[in-house]
Design a protein around this ligand. Structure first.
Ligand code: GAP
Length: 514
């Protein structure tokens, strides 16, 4: 990670804390590792992200319905799904630093550095050759760039193959052969690699009554599969159709780090799309594109998104692709699109003895649908949005301002109501405006400090509009309205505020873009 991106990441973390977006959990007790709480602005932003996803999936698709299933599930669910046997990470320890790592993350970080070296070569050449530089051609022909990229790819290939074959000795050998060092001790003194199951265990009922061992769900998807028949019977859906859900998931991550990127308690937004067997390839491609379009509809830099097709597949999948986002610490998975075959439904049929099938009148028989899954981490989405939008703008007079350039329809508050002075009846008038608008919009009321300082405070939390009530308002019922991005102000009649705020911040415009 270059110094610069390191600095950016630190700023995202400190800004999130300072402005009430994200706090360390149990901070007064020195915190709980990799568990975070969302503050007043963070919870509003998080709700807006959820709303954007939910409406894109459930409201805009007539063949997708939503559910909200429980976190606790029957223990046999995890037997059937394969999580008890196979939901583990390859773990390795460095004998000198005594630090524990995910072997795949060590290798991924190592290869990412090689890719970054290739990018650096291209940037250097671009600076050298100026306007005539053809970066595509250079990438294809420059021997050093080719060497870095092909080395990174062949390491990943060898490592993925070893993991796929469950050959942990060979996987370790990749780390040894490439002399991958522990970031703390700098040594290559590694233990063997072993499997570590990521599910958190808990118990239901008292021990005296014969308590049952349970797991906290590591993904929300299984609640969809176990409700498959209930939904089919109650909603008259025909394939292809989807079931969507937002909810908490829990994983005992070995290396939980990078702020809210990898947490032990997090939220997923998942959709399982049930299709006729044989149609999965078509629908996999459809959802891959559709989800990328959804991300790009936010208007962020398109070069910050890319696909990563998987070589190592999860135990249930026959195809998988990630949508990666360029976080300050490099390109990493933001969302997964998986072709899960009929694995889950068949496994649950076997384990429960219930037929999880649909009747097809065309063939006059029952069949088990195949499943395409889209799965995005809400917290990762949150981090991508904060990383993309936090900006330090240099102004014409050489001063600077911090602006959180959130899409207007996702900002925690749509407008700030700002009486210019704390006297002369201005706060009372402003309160009336606030009371009129509060049923339709999330607003902030701020009367403390000079108006310039208040504008900056709102810029820093991304509030799109600042509405100032001054002495003229008392005479003619007009207010000034300031736009966050352009900083332009205009005078409008306060009776028009509802319409103006709605048109600038409604989520409909964003939904229509996808
Ligand atoms: N149902 C499929 C599934 O859970 P996954 O790739 O393991 O697939 C899906 O997870 C998404 O959940 C990821 O793309 C990521 O955004 C999010 N996610 C997974 N583990 C996470 C963690 N420890 N902290 C935060 N988000 C996580």
């Amino acid at each position: 990670m270059s110094q610069n991106s390191d600095e950016i990441f630190k700023k995202v973390i400190s800004h999130s804390k300072e402005y009430g977006f994200v706090f360390q959990s149990s901070e007064i007790y020195d915190g709980l590792s990799s568990v975070y709480d969302y503050g007043p602005n963070g919870s509003l932003l998080k709700n807006n992200l959820k709303n954007f996803w939910w409406r894109s999936m459930v409201q805009l698709n007539e063949n997708i319905v939503g559910i909200d299933s429980a976190i606790f599930m029957h223990p046999n669910v995890w037997k059937a799904s394969g999580h008890i046997q196979a939901f583990s990470d390859p773990l390795i320890d460095n004998k000198d630093s005594k630090k524990r790592y995910r072997a795949d993350v060590l290798v991924e970080d190592f290869t990412e550095k090689l890719f970054q070296k290739a990018e650096k070569e291209i940037k250097k050449a671009a600076a050298r050759f100026g306007d005539s530089f053809d970066s595509k051609l250079y990438r294809k022909t420059n021997s050093r760039v080719l060497e870095y990229e092909s080395k990174a790819k062949s390491i990943m290939k060898r490592f993925s193959k070893a993991l796929k074959n469950d050959n942990l000795k060979e996987a370790r050998q990749v780390i040894i052969d490439e002399k991958i060092k522990c970031p703390i001790s700098g040594s290559t003194n590694w233990t063997e690699i072993r499997h570590f199951n990521l599910m958190f265990g808990t118990k239901i009922g008292s021990v005296a009554d014969g308590a049952n061992d349970l797991f906290l769900r590591p993904e929300t998807a299984q609640g969809i599969f176990t409700n498959f028949l209930n939904v089919v019977k109650t909603s008259r859906l025909k394939v292809p159709f989807g079931i969507a859900q937002i909810g908490k998931a829990f994983r005992n991550e070995i290396v939980a780090r990078q702020f809210i990127f990898r947490m032990r308690e997090f939220e997923q937004m998942e959709m399982q799309f049930f299709v006729k067997p044989g149609d999965e390839k078509k629908w996999f491609e459809y959802w891959k594109k559709s989800r990328m379009d959804w991300h790009k509809s936010l208007g962020f830099k398109t070069q910050n998104y890319r696909y990563h097709d998987h070589e190592k597949l999860a135990h249930y999948a026959n195809a998988a692709s990630d949508i990666e986002y360029k976080f300050p610490f490099g390109f990493k998975e933001l969302e997964g699109i998986h072709s899960r075959t009929d694995f889950d439904l068949k496994q649950h049929s076997k384990e429960s003895g219930k037929k999880l099938q649909i009747f097809d009148p065309e063939i006059n028989d029952n069949f088990t649908p195949s499943v395409i899954e889209t799965s995005i981490g809400l917290d990762r989405m949150f981090l991508s949005v904060m990383s993309e939008c936090l900006d330090n703008e240099i102004l014409e007079d050489n001063t600077s301002r911090v602006v959180l350039r959130l899409p207007y329809s996702l900002a925690p508050n749509q407008a700030a109501i700002l009486p210019l002075l704390k006297k002369d009846g201005l706060p009372e008038y402003a309160s009336k405006i606030y009371d009129n608008l509060k049923f339709d919009f999330q607003l902030v009321f701020d009367e403390k400090d000079a108006i310039g300082k208040r504008y900056r405070r709102q810029d820093a939390i991304g509030t799109p509009l600042g509405i100032t009530i001054d002495h003229q308002t008392l005479n003619d019922n007009t207010v000034t309205i300031r736009d966050r991005d352009s900083m332009q102000q205009k005078r409008v009649n306060s009776d028009d505020l509802n319409k103006i705020i709605r048109s600038a911040t409604s989520i409909e415009a964003l939904l229509k873009k996808r």
